[in-house]
Design a protein around this ligand. Structure first.
Ligand code: SF4
Ligand code: F3S
Ligand code: ZN
Length: 103
């Protein structure tokens, strides 16, 4: 599962589409965590898609990640500033790849 304390345990490695990427990043095998308020651990995501289907405000969009061992697309929290903290995505992700920090 995603580390809920990733902000203390990781450093910002880069930015992508306006959000932070928390490292380590070593493409294509190691991609880190995308987003901060809505955070997706790309190294855990298996592209199940439930988060994209269920988010009421369309926070997520697919991002291509060719060569990653778990899946070659990932749910990217492109619109994390729109999040209304309903926690649906956290509940439906089968591999616990998502952390949302209300507050
Ligand atoms: Fe969307 Fe709710 Fe997840 Fe926020 S907590 S990203 S609004 S599903
Ligand atoms: Fe990935 Fe979980 Fe969404 S596996 S696509 S973050 S439901
Ligand atoms: Zn991203």
């Amino acid at each position: 599962a995603i580390d809920p304390h990733f902000e203390e345990n990781r450093d910002v490695a880069e930015h992508h589409e306006g959000h932070r990427v928390w490292g380590p990043v070593d493409e294509p095998e190691k991609l880190g965590i995308h987003g901060t308020h809505v955070a997706v651990d790309f190294d855990i995501c298996i592209a199940d898609g439930a988060c994209l289907e269920d988010c009421p405000v369309d926070v997520f969009e697919w991002t291509d990640t060719p060569g990653h061992p778990e899946s070659d697309i990932k749910a990217d929290p492109i619109n994390e500033t729109q999040c209304i903290d309903c926690m649906l995505c956290v509940d439906v992700c089968p591999v616990d790849a998502i952390d949302v920090d209300p507050g």
